[in-house]
Design a protein around this ligand. Structure first.
Ligand code: DHB
Length: 312
């Protein structure tokens, strides 16, 4: 029997569980169109702010054999650009569209969500609680009380289903505290785990230098560096959240890591660093690797193994 990679969640139907991580191939309309035309099962836009931003000075992204470091600083076209894209998007292609929002303040996020609500589009917002790269702005996701207040305020202006992008957590107490905050918000329907591991530092031996310019070289880590942390976050939030979906992101380079994320409970998975390095061909490659792994293991559908990680 042929392997079936399709999935159905939140009333959305996807042919494949793979799509881009916000930030990669999604700042411009042409990039989004290329993801839509690829084997990806969905697409998400670059985190946007009220006003367009140039972002941080370059070099601001660097890749190594183990992953990437970035401090982009939220370069984006401003929310009207992405909402216009969402208004013109052809939803009949069967690839759901997610819109990532990362206002510089809670009020900015509320303003954007109110505007999105007014448009009554079939896209879903992913509110980014975890941008680590704007100098002087701590991540909301590491402040539990502020996150609880933000989710409450969001629910008042936006009564439809939405999701959040979370930073990685590293302490069991933090998983349980954050899960409690998230469980209290009824129309929060999905969480994406994880954003980059914030404020790492990659050093070049020859030049004895940092490799990116902003923040003295500090930046968010992605790729293989972050896989075990991503899997732990997917697994723990899948266990701790009630009736919410977890989207996996972090360190997916091949079918094997996509399989691991789904085994840990991910409904769908996003590709960041690997997509940046390889381009949209990554989707068809990883998809066929995932199919081969499933076939070899005798699995026909994602539901045959989703969330079924064994522990010793
Ligand atoms: C940026 C990086 C992030 O990890 C994020 O969540 C949002 C924006 C950036 O630097 O542009």
């Amino acid at each position: 029997m042929a392997v079936d990679l399709s999935l159905s969640w939140l009333g959305l139907e996807m042919e494949s569980p793979l799509y881009n991580a916000s930030g990669v191939m999604c700042r411009l309309r042409e990039e989004l169109d290329a993801v839509a035309a690829s084997a990806a099962g969905a697409l998400i836009t670059k985190s946007c702010t009220l006003e367009a931003r140039e972002g941080n000075p370059e070099p601001r992204y660097f890749s190594t054999p183990m992953g990437s470091i970035n401090s982009m600083g939220l370069p984006n076209q401003g929310y009207p650009y992405y909402f216009q894209y969402a208004a013109e998007y052809d939803y009949s292609t069967g690839k759901p569209l997610f819109v990532s929002l990362s206002g510089m303040s809670l009020q900015d996020n509320l303003t954007m969500l109110q505007a999105l609500d007014d448009l009554q589009l079939p896209c879903l917002p992913e509110v980014n609680l975890s941008c680590p790269n704007v100098p002087g702005k701590p991540q909301l996701g590491y402040d539990f009380a502020a996150t609880a207040a933000a989710l409450c305020a969001i629910s008042r202006v936006y009564a439809r289903p939405f999701g959040v992008k979370l930073p990685p957590y590293f302490d069991v107490a933090h998983f349980t505290q954050m899960a409690e905050v998230l469980n209290a918000c009824e129309n929060l329907r999905f969480v994406t785990c994880i954003n980059s591991i914030g404020n790492g530092l990659v050093v070049d031996m020859d030049s004895e230098s940092a490799v990116i310019k902003p923040k003295g070289g500090l930046g968010g880590l992605g790729g293989a560096y972050v896989l075990p942390t991503a899997l732990a976050n997917v697994r723990e939030f899948s266990r701790l959240l009630d009736h919410k979906y977890v989207i996996g992101c972090g360190g997916i380079d091949s079918g094997a890591e996509a399989f691991m994320h789904i085994l840990c409970g991910a409904t769908a998975v996003q590709i960041g660093t690997c997509l940046h390095e390889e381009g949209v061909g990554a989707f068809s490659r990883i998809q066929s690797e995932l199919s081969d792994i499933m076939e070899a293991k005798g699995y026909h559908a994602l539901t045959d193994f989703r969330g079924k990680l064994k522990t010793l």
